[in-house]
Design a protein around this ligand. Structure first.
Ligand code: PLP
Length: 421
């Protein structure tokens, strides 16, 4: 396989091609094929970007029809039929049935663009600078979002420029069992001498993805919401990884019955792997003046088309939600078994997650790396997360067939045994 040009010209910053050093050609559903004709089951799915798998035929058809009928591809943030259809479908299929009333800001197409816009909006709306974020949170790597991201590897890569405008609080479980970490946050808010500038907003992932698949307790999230309300702080749920059905509900916060003031979505929002993000905000928070936050790529018409097609196809009833919860239980069961196998052999491990966002914490990055490298050899693409990369994380497509899911889990189980034999 010819990789010289790739190794020579692409910056050292590349990451996933190091874990999966092959040249991919095609992909369908939950399977990728490389140049040598080898097939891999995909439990990474673009780090949660391909919830509906690769090249889903319904979405592909909608996209191809749009392109071949000369639909608008780029139009800055001008109105298009595709945008209108997207907003109509979002309101009708996703927001209204959930009793949600949000306006939509279309920022640049990546997750970090959406986070930048969301925290800027909170600051503009409240006239305060501080954003509270949580240990192990990951919200992107541009300067504003990076300030709310915990991981030192990214924080140290600013060339020495300090990040600003965020305060870290302990995430749920950070201080061990029996410790409600919100006691500390609430105490600081009530302490005029506690050193915490009253935040404009709190940003949270209900299940931390890059931070190692850490689900916040549902009661904890409810309490966080009421603390925010009591102190006039905006609650921002970053649903970039956990949203779009990943946890078994369209929005991950639905499990807790909370209603954030601001929500960010990206990754699987386009449903097809096209770059796309939006920020949802309570209507009264829309304090933007025309053009006050701009960008060349604000809303991507092709992504409007595939996103709207996915809303119509997958979200008009609760079939997918129920299926994700069912498959989540299959993964949970198998991950629990694998974790027990590891623990019995002296490698302490445990499983955790919500819906199809699940991980096995093997405590050590080297062990997780050994297992995922072996899995790749055996035909499974699966990555790690967490501060040391110690959590093997399953983000398989939500629409994966039971056959592919079980085959992927079998490969993982075999790879664990081979890696640690
Ligand atoms: N927020 C969350 C929760 C994420 O998981 C990510 C990416 O993994 C981001 C923000 C940043 O998204 P992007 O990589 O598209 O900038």
């Amino acid at each position: 396989m010819q990789t010289q040009i790739l190794e020579r010209m692409e910056s050292e910053v590349r990451t996933y091609s190091r874990s999966f050093p092959t040249v991919f050609t095609t992909a369908k559903g939950a399977r990728l094929t490389d140049e040598a004709g080898r097939e891999y089951i995909d439990f990474l799915a673009g780090a949660g970007t391909l919830n509906y798998g690769h090249n889903h035929p319904k979405l592909q058809e909608a996209l191809v029809d749009y392109i071949t009928s000369d639909g608008i591809t780029h139009g800055l943030d001008m109105w298009s039929q595709a945008k209108r259809d997207y907003l109509e479908t979002l309101e009708k299929v996703i927001l209204k049935p959930r009793g949600l009333d949000y306006k939509v800001h279309l920022p640049g197409p990546t997750g970090t663009n959406a986070v930048e816009a969301a925290i800027r909006l909170a600051r503009v709306a409240k006239g305060r600078h501080n954003i509270v974020t949580f240990t192990n949170g990951f919200h992107g790597v541009t300067m504003g979002a990076l300030a709310t991201t915990g991981n030192r590897k990214f924080r140290e890569a600013t060339g020495g420029i300090p990040t600003q405008g965020a305060s870290f609080m302990p995430f749920d479980g950070y201080l061990g069992e029996g410790n409600d970490t919100l006691d500390y946050f609430e105490k600081l808010l009530g302490d005029k001498s506690g050193g915490l500038d009253l935040p404009a907003g709190v940003i949270i992932e209900t299940v931390q993805g890059e931070g190692g698949i850490n689900p916040a307790g549902l009661d904890w999230l409810k309490r966080l919401e009421s603390i925010c309300r009591a102190h006039d702080i905006l609650l921002i749920v970053d649903d970039i990884q956990a949203g779009c059905g990943r946890t078994g509900k369209f929005f991950s916060f639905e499990h807790a019955g909370i209603v954030p003031d601001i929500v960010t979505n990206s990754k699987s929002l386009s449903a097809y792997g096209l770059p796309f993000a939006h920020v949802l905000m309570r209507p009264e928070l829309d304090k933007w003046k025309p053009g006050q936050y701009n960008g060349t790529f604000r809303g991507f018409n092709m992504a409007f088309v595939t996103a709207a097609a996915a809303f119509k196809h997958f979200w008009s009833d609760d079939k997918l939600e129920r299926d994700v919860q069912r498959k989540g239980r299959i993964v949970e069961e198998r991950f629990t078994k694998i974790a027990a196998w590891l623990t019995e052999r002296g490698h302490e491990a445990s499983e955790r997650g919500r819906g199809l966002m699940r991980g096995i914490d093997v405590r050590k990055g080297e062990i997780a790396d050994k297992i995922t490298a072996k899995a790749f050899e055996n035909g499974l693409i699966i990555e790690t997360a967490g501060q040391d990369g110690q959590v093997i994380k399953c983000l398989c497509p939500l629409v994966i067939s039971d056959e592919d899911l079980l085959e992927g889990l079998d490969i993982l189980e075999r790879s664990v045994e081979e890696a640690l034999a």
